[in-house]
Design a protein around this ligand. Sequence first.
Ligand SMILES: Nc1ncnc2c1ncn2[C@@H]1O[C@H](COP(=O)(O)OP(=O)(O)O)[C@@H](O)[C@H]1O
Ligand SMILES: [Mg+2]
Length: 364
Amino acid sequence: MDNPFRPTAGASPPELIGRAGVLDEFAYGLRLRSGAPGLLTIFTGARGVGKTVMLGAAEDLARTQGWAVVSETATKGFLGRIGHAMRRLAEELGSGPQGRRLTAVTAAGFGFTTQLPPQQQLEWREEGLRLLHLLEEQRTGLVITVDEIHAADRQEIAQLAADVQHFIRADLPVALLFAGLPAAVSDLLNEGVATFLRRADRIDLHAAAVDEVRQSYADTFAAGGFTLTEDQAGRAAEATGGYPFLIQLVGYFLWQEAEKVAPVLTDAMVDQAVAAARRRNERVVIEAALSTASPRDLDVLRAMAEDDGPSTAGDIGARIGARPNTVGNYRTRLIDAGLIEPAGYGLVRFAIPGLREHLRQGRA
Ligand SMILES: Nc1ncnc2c1ncn2[C@@H]1O[C@H](COP(=O)(O)OP(=O)(O)O)[C@@H](O)[C@H]1O
Ligand SMILES: [Mg+2]
């Protein structure tokens, strides 16, 4: 058995841990086919928490129900690419034999300008209507997913939302799923670029429970013919904090050790794998997450790093010499950026594992 762990952005993990029920509303929407809240969903969460993987899981679910899927990332020109993909799907469907299975199409399309010229805007909507009517006849529908909406051009998002709203009003079977960092999504919803999106089901993804991770490691390593004690599985799981990217990294390095060294894992091998996973996580996730933090944001984060657990607003204020109001503003900014999260009344904690250690070691 090859190493089943997938420590790569967007790659499907061997087991989707801690996500039971997350797609229930969406699945229900696929049954109703129009007008269900789950058909308009936004996944938010910190980097590496599993947003892209959830979009993929939703797409797979939709395909099993015979729905067509258009999967895009919100880089410049995505609206045109969606238009192009819809046209290809409609052509395939219009000419193909009845009941033919649909495939996802991701194509370079209508041109690369961010705002489509009026003529193309009309064409875009017509492509959509044509496709949706064909799918309607088959009693299926269309799922459009747009990943990384924090990078999206506002005009493109606004236009996509307006068109999809138009389809929904016409009772057509369409679903729109987004994923993005909490900051981008809050801004997007507050700016009023697309007020209709405020009705979306917002699903904030968090770390999985450590105990589920332990169980998953125990099962996966046993399936590979390796011996991992209960205690070792627990220690490896604990080190991930339930954070999906770390779950894959620790699992991956541990598997590699077992393949290389011996199928009976030792405590030293677990420690080795955890250390390697932390180093990789630091390079890939933490540095990227901190790249948008201002010097003052960093002061707040460093003040938090003095605590071993959650921090109170009062302590943070005292350490950086700021008033409660000011601390409150930073708190909101940092929560939106996916760097910290609320931890009960008046408390915040780090949202990315390893961030505290990174700050304590003076590396940011
Ligand atoms: N529920 C999960 N259980 C285990 N691993 C997961 C889960 N969700 C995602 N992963 C893994 O975590 C990593 C990050 O997932 P990804 O979807 O790219 O995160 P995001 O899009 O939020 O940055 C990938 O290696 C993926 O395989
Ligand atoms: Mg992603």
